[in-house]
Design a protein around this ligand. Structure first.
Ligand code: S3P
Length: 180
């Protein structure tokens, strides 16, 4: 994978990193993409849950969000230091930290899977696994978080894909085509 003839030097740019809001399909697309490319698949949320031995809900309630965010940074560093090419799915809030955005840019081709507020709400109403969306008024919460995060996702992305009306295959083809 080369962007505009860039020589990626020692940077591990062959990783493909999926970012985007909760419910945009990072894990579902990532697993299928990894299979297509015969790359290992890793998911930062899953690795954190495995390392700590409890769910993200439990981590947020017992250790707090700041602890979870620190875990995201250290997991990302760890993933980035492994030289094997991988498909990496990230938690929706991971790019919020500037430090994480710098690591993302350094370690791979960053693909932003963009999703509309309406699709998030359709997919995540009734979901109980995401502490950031707990409680009443899903629509207001999604609206506020999307407004805050969309510019951040755009800033760090090498590639942006509008996913609302696309199949997994269409999304994967767009990513593999961009890899050249
Ligand atoms: C979060 C998104 C979640 C998970 C955690 C926090 C967020 O991941 O990391 O609940 O702040 O957007 P998904 O984007 O995979 O749902």
């Amino acid at each position: 994978m080369r962007k505009n003839g860039d020589n990626m030097g020692t940077k591990n740019k062959e990783n493909i990193i999926l970012i985007g809001f909760m419910g945009c399909g990072k894990t579902s697309v990532g697993k299928r993409l990894a299979k297509r490319l015969n790359y290992p698949f890793v998911d930062t949320d899953h690795l954190i849950e495995k390392n700590i031995g409890c769910t993200i809900n439990e981590i947020f309630s017992s250790k707090g969000e700041d602890f979870f965010r620190e875990m995201e940074t250290s997991i990302l560093r760890e993933i980035g230091s492994d030289s094997r090419h991988k498909v990496i799915a990230t938690g929706g809030g991971l790019p919020e930290k500037k430090q994480n955005r710098e690591i993302l840019k350094e370690i791979g081709h960053v693909v932003y899977l963009k999703i509309s507020k309406e699709t998030v709400i359709k997919r995540l109403s009734g979901d109980t696994t995401r502490p950031k969306l707990k409680g009443d008024d899903l629509s207001t919460k999604v609206d506020a978080l999307l407004r805050e995060r969309e510019p951040i996702y755009e800033e760090v992305a090498d590639q942006v894909i509008e996913t609302d009306d696309k199949s997994y295959n269409e999304i994967i083809n767009l990513i593999t085509n961009a890899m050249g």
